[in-house]
Ligand binder design. Structure first.
Ligand code: RB5
Length: 157
């Protein structure tokens, strides 16, 4: 059986949590592609978006991205075509973002969640499959938004 794989990334604020999740995921048999940062030095979370998305999209595997609140990294990751990043604070939203939104990236805030909460959210995210059905159409429409990113001030909506 092919080994399960996952991409991890964090800024300085997410480093301790990334180390916790890295260890847990390896224990669960995941091959972890860790794109950093590996330093507690302050860094700019938008710089994570491209290297992180490259691994998620080319390997076609899920990713987890972390910062202090999870907000910055989720915004940054969602700027990358093909990424559907969901910022989750609990197991319910982790489950829903897989079932309904087919999220391929989980974003979390290391200053928001305890390591135990983050572990549970991660497992729920990885355990849950996309539900398909009516959600297929909605996710397809979601991805079509990438083709028309500019708002034309004269367009009628
Ligand atoms: C870093 O201080 C912090 O701004 C960052 O980790 C993140 O929370 C941004 O959204």
């Amino acid at each position: 059986m092919e080994k399960k794989a996952i991409v991890l990334a964090c800024d300085h604020a997410g480093l301790d949590l990334k180390n916790v999740l890295h260890a847990m995921l390896e224990e669960k048999g995941y091959s972890v592609i860790d794109v950093g940062t590996d330093s507690p030095e302050s860094m700019d979370y938008p710089d994570l978006a491209r290297p992180f998305a490259k691994e998620v999209l080319t390997r076609k595997i899920p990713g987890i991205i972390l910062c202090g609140t999870g907000i910055g990294v989720s915004i940054a990751a969602n700027k990358m075509n093909g990424i559907r990043a969901a910022l989750c604070h609990d197991e319910f939203t982790a489950q829903m973002c897989r079932e309904h939104n087919n999220a391929n990236v989980l974003a979390m805030g290391a200053r928001v969640l305890s390591p135990e909460q983050a572990r549970k959210i991660t497992l729920r995210f990885l355990e849950t499959a996309f539900a398909g059905g009516r959600h297929e159409r909605r996710v397809k429409k979601l991805m079509e938004l990438e083709n028309h990113p500019q708002i034309d001030e004269n367009e009628s909506v």
